[in-house]
Ligand binder design. Structure first.
Ligand SMILES: [Zn+2]
Length: 283
């Protein structure tokens, strides 16, 4: 499943290839890919035709092309979604869901998604807290890579909640873009067990775990940032691109890099939490 760093690579790649171009036509090959666009395929295609791509932006794991006339093409890659730029006439991918053609008749943009958990919709842009965002994600909090992200506000909000720290880190209304993998990695770095109550965390400790989450995502982005162009057509939600050097996630039974104790796994919200039982006490 693509995490924030992978989505950021897709955003960067799209920025290089589609900004300044005008959409001429759109073909929807599978209705499920636009299921969140409630008026349907004809409306989806009709609203995009003639629109110019002004910018490509991201918040958390949501990606959108900012269009002229106050519109946005909002995308979530889901489990396996890919945005591919292909030469006109290149054979269709088996799981091609939506094709975008441009007025310049150069390469086309394709949304390919094997498992169809991802999706697209045309949305209106609204201004929230001084930033233009698609209406459908107006409630999603800024992610830690956002230049306007305020750790102080998030720390305060986190400590007001009566919940477990990992649930808070995954709460997209509090801070976006931290998925299961990076939450576990951040908690290990900050030496916190995932079930620690947020209202009993010191501001310093809450700050530490947020910084750790930011660092671990930045490192992943740095590791994958060498060949953006080739990478971007290869971004694949299933295998992932980044060679994540993970300390705990998926490391059950292996020694903790800090203390040598075997990493443990516990069930967490239909998924898993990985942690070092010695470094990360329940407290
Ligand atoms: Zn340890």
């Amino acid at each position: 499943m693509p995490e924030l760093p992978e989505v950021e690579v897709v955003r960067f790649g799209l920025e290089q290839h589609v900004v300044g171009r005008v959409v001429s036509s759109v073909e929807v090959h599978h209705p499920r890919a636009i299921r969140r666009h409630l008026p349907g395929a004809a409306d989806f295609s009709g609203r995009l035709a003639g629109r110019k791509v002004v910018a490509v932006r991201r918040r958390g794991k949501y990606l959108w092309a900012e269009l002229d006339e106050g519109l946005a093409l909002l995308t979530h890659l889901g489990m396996s979604g890919q945005m591919l730029v292909q030469p006109v006439g290149a054979p269709d991918e088996k799981h091609l869901r939506v094709r975008f053609r441009f007025a310049d008749d150069g390469a086309e943009l394709r949304f390919v998604d094997q498992r169809t958990f991802g999706g697209l919709l045309v949305d209106e842009l609204v201004t929230v807290d001084g930033t233009s965002v698609p209406l459908a994600i107006a409630h999603i909090a800024r992610d830690p890579m956002d230049p306007a992200f305020s750790p102080r506000e998030v720390i305060a909000a986190l400590r007001r909640k009566h919940t477990e720290i990992k649930r808070a880190l995954l709460d997209q209304n509090l801070v976006s873009g931290i998925g299961n993998i990076y939450a576990d990695e951040a908690l290990w770095r900050a030496r916190l067990h995932w079930s620690r109550p947020t209202d009993r965390l010191s501001a310093a400790k809450a700050g530490e775990v947020l910084t750790a989450a930011t660092d671990v995502m930045r490192e992943a982005l740095g590791a994958g940032g060498t060949s953006f162009d080739a990478l971007y057509v290869n971004v694949n939600g299933q295998s992932g691109y980044f060679d994540r050097s993970l300390a705990v996630y998926g490391q059950e039974g292996l020694p903790c890099q800090r203390c040598g104790t075997a990493i443990r796994r516990e069930p967490f919200m239909n998924r898993s939490s990985f942690f070092c039982p010695r470094c990360q006490r329940r407290g």
